[in-house]
Each structure stands twice: as structure tokens, then as C-alpha cells.
Design a protein. Structure first.
Length: 314
């Protein structure tokens, strides 16, 4: 099944995507976090509601889609450097923070406050960062709790998949010692969706990820190129640490990011970024000037801007 979260009659609702329509599920089923936590019984209730034939159907194109997951119980769990071509393209461009090729997955987290819908505007403020970058990623949602999960049983813990755009502020990454939380956690900057596709309907190894900026193809790679495949990511991430049903994991981005290009390419207000993946739909989001800086005492990052190309000028 393909699930969507959306606004209907002024309320957040969930539904099952049926072609160009969405079957609106009863409010008693809750949101997608409730459905995931409910396990097989919740999915059976969804299927029964569909079979009843009385669910209202809405035109998908007319809906304001929300991020599929509305209530994250903790930070987004993230994987860095999970495509070797992306790791290699950044050599010498990490401003003195280069490291050897990692022998195990690299993990970090980002704030749940970053998450926005698949058509929502991305908050942009040049004073907060002068180096806004795009990152197309496959996201997965954990379906059942587990700690120290074996790789050979890891896929049983995956409930479904969607797309994410891990918009990053490269100068903030460098400013804070090279760790990634701050440069990945600016409010309202990570589109997620457009649907959550159940694991039984998608082979992640067959997914091709692409990212376009103002219609220009910037990233294009197969998920099968991952340095550490999904079972290994889950085994390593859960090692001694419990993963919970509803946890969101983004699995890394391939080569082609703006920071690694010659000349570098960074996003600006007015740019439109599209992320798409086989069987997963697409995210289409525009960067819009937003007052994120407010009355901060931290020096404006715009003063440190060193220039660079812009998508459409390559």
C-alpha cells in the first residue's frame, strides 16, 4: 500500500493512494505512527476499511500533502557518506576536516523540526548560511522495535519507504567542528514524502534516485550503489541501541552535491528542487526567504559568502 498524510476539512488525515485518488481512512485509525505501531492488526483494519467500499475518495492533485510521518518520537536518524562516489567527490573540499574512508557506517541525527511536506516551501535565510546544498535520499521507517538486530533479519524491521531531501548548510557543518547536527537541523528544511510505501511493495535495490535544481539534473544514482546496504545499516545502528517502531532513517546521498562541484553550486531563494525515486513519486519544493535569523547574536553567515556558481549557470 501507499499511504499519504494530508489536510482534509481543516484536519490532518491519512489515506491510501489509489491511482490518482486517495481513500480517506477513518479518524479512529489515527495517523501513520499509530498504524505503524499497531502492526498487522492495524494494516488489517486498513484493508477492511477499504473493502467496505464506503471510504470517501479525494483527488490526489487537489490535496495539500503533509509529510507522511507527523509525530517523530526522536531525532531523524541519518547516514553519512553512504555512497563512495559522494565520499570521494568531497576529498579536499571539507576545509581541513577530511577523514579516511570509513570502515563502518557514519551516523548522525537531525532535528524533527526540519521535516516539511513534499510540496511545502523550504525555509531559506542567507544570514543563517551562505552554503545551502541539496541531498536526495531514500528514507525508511522502522516497523518494529529491536536492539542488536542481525543483518539477516533486518529487513523484517522495515515498515516502508519514502523520499527525503536532506538540505544542508555546509558552512555550519564546518563552523561546528565538522559534526553534522547543526548544519542539518535548520527548521523547515527537509522535505519528506510524498507517500509512505509499504516494504512489501518496493524493492529498494531497484530504486534510482535523482535530484534536479531548476530542472537541471544534479544527482542520478541507483540505491544499489550504497556503500553499506540497508540490512547492514540497521544492524550497525541497532547495535546496543533500540530502534523503535516509527523511527525515521535517511540512508545517505549519492554524488553530485553542490559543495563538491567545480565551481561549487549553492541554492538560493526562488530555486526549485525536485527529488524523485523509482516507485516513490517526487518531492518538489521551492526555497523561500524566511526570517530564521531573527534577533540572533551569532554573526551573520552571509558575510562569509565566498561566491560560487548557481544552478542554470553551469
Amino acid at each position: 500500500m501507499r499511504f499519504a498524510s494530508f489536510i482534509h476539512d481543516g484536519q490532518a488525515r491519512i489515506g491510501v493512494v489509489e491511482g490518482e485518488q486517495v481513500a480517506v481512512l477513518p479518524p479512529a485509525l489515527g495517523d501513520l505512527r499509530d498504524v505503524i505501531a499497531g502492526g498487522d492488526a492495524a494494516l488489517q483494519a486498513v484493508a477492511a476499511a477499504q473493502r467496505g467500499g464506503k471510504l470517501p475518495r479525494l483527488a490526489l492533485e487537489r490535496l495539500r500533502l503533509l509529510p507522511p510521518m507527523q509525530r517523530l518520537r526522536r531525532d531523524v536518524l541519518c547516514v553519512g557518506w553512504n555512497y563512495w562516489d559522494h565520499f570521494d567527490e568531497g576529498r579536499g573540499k571539507r576545509e581541513g576536516q577530511d577523514v579516511p574512508r570509513p570502515q563502518a557506517p557514519t551516523f548522525f541525527t537531525k532535528s524533527p523540526g526540519t521535516v516539511i511536506g513534499p510540496r511545502d516551501d523550504i525555509a531559506f535565510d542567507a544570514r543563517v548560511s551562505a552554503k545551502w546544498d541539496y541531498e536526495a535520499e531514500l528514507a525508511l521507517v522502522i516497523g518494529s522495535d529491536g536492539r542488536s538486530i542481525r543483518a539477516d533479519s533486518a529487513m523484517r524491521h522495515v515498515w516502508g519507504y519514502c523520499l527525503a531531501n536532506d538540505i544542508s548548510q555546509r558552512d555550519l557543518q564546518r563552523r561546528h567542528g565538522g559534526q553534522w547536527l547543526k548544519g542539518k537541523s535548520i527548521d523547515g528544511t527537509m522535505p519528506l514524502g510524498p507517500f509512505l510505501v509499504t516494504a512489501d511493495e518496493l524493492d529498494p535495490g531497484a530504486v534510482r534516485l535523482q535530484c534536479l535544481v531548476n530542472g537541471e539534473l544534479m544527482q542520478d544514482a541507483a540505491v544499489a550503489q550504497m556503500a553499506f546496504p540497508i540490512p547492514e545499516l540497521i544492524a550497525e545502528l541497532s547495535f546496543g541501541m533500540t530502534l523503535r517502531a516509527g523511527d525515521l532513517v535517511i540512508t545517505g546521498t549519492p554524488a553530485g552535491v553542490g559543495n563538491a562541484r567545480e565551481p561549487q553550486v549553492f541554492l538560493r531563494a526562488g530555486d526549485t528542487v525536485t527529488v524523485r525515486g523509482t516507485g516513490l513519486g517526487e518531492l518538489v519544493n521551492r526555497l523561500v526567504d524566511t526570517d530564521l535569523y531573527q534577533q540572533s547574536s551569532v554573526p551573520s553567515m552571509a558575510a562569509e559568502h565566498t561566491g560560487g556558481a548557481h544552478a542554470g549557470q553551469l
